[in-house]
Design a protein around this ligand. Sequence first.
Ligand code: MYP
Length: 214
Amino acid sequence: APDSWDWRDHRAVSPVKNQGMCGSCWAFSVTENIEGQWFKKTGKLLSLSEQELVDCDKLDQACGGGLPSNAYEAIEELGGLETETDYSYTGHKQSCDFSSGKVAAYINSSVELPDNENEIAAWLAENSPVSAALNAFAMQFYRKGVSHPLKIFCNPWMIDHAVLLVGFGQRNGIPFWAIKNSWGEDYGEQGYYYLYRGSRLCGINKMCSSAIVN
Ligand SMILES: CCC[C@@H](/C=C/S(=O)(=O)c1ccccc1)NC(=O)[C@H](Cc1ccccc1)NC(=O)N1CCC(N2CCOCC2)CC1
């Protein structure tokens, strides 16, 4: 794998979004992974609809939480995702208003990545941004820099948030993951969280996955 990689340099990442008062982080993690997969296939960067998942993904619990693995399955069953513009975000569950004629992006399958951080980095650089989940306790108090929380404050077995890995590298020799969050641009560093890479912190390595667009 390269020493560093950042999909934002390749215009494969949409602007930071804001889930508002809805526990829909799982939907943002998945739509933004698919934005990256779709970009890789077509060279077009679309902003895809999280609201479609909140309203129409019956395998997950809308604002009450969800799992990326369920969401990939739901998207395959629905037939794809509409754009953010066609099915815009309201931050609360409504009746499903999906129309297959408006599908802007589809997926063929999904993969769970290995839990080795070097392998995850290599896969990311080769393929697309990666859906990940982690214990978000330290994220809530983050302002800037490379976050390196004590393990006792970031139990890797208490995973409660889903995010997007967009890149990795080193800052003054400190290895980091560049993590796109869905709490708006005022969060952290322009909406991003930088987490120390290489110690499996906060369980960041445990639930990495991606849709596959052939
Ligand atoms: C109320 C849900 C909040 C929401 C989004 C997070 S959040 O709101 O951004 C946030 C997180 C942490 C601190 C502050 C704010 N969290 C989730 O969606 C998390 C994300 C996650 C957790 C663990 C592994 C992978 C992904 N998922 C969840 O909360 N859930 C996973 C599925 C579970 N289902 C219950 C019924 O049986 C099927 C499974 C419901 C809870």
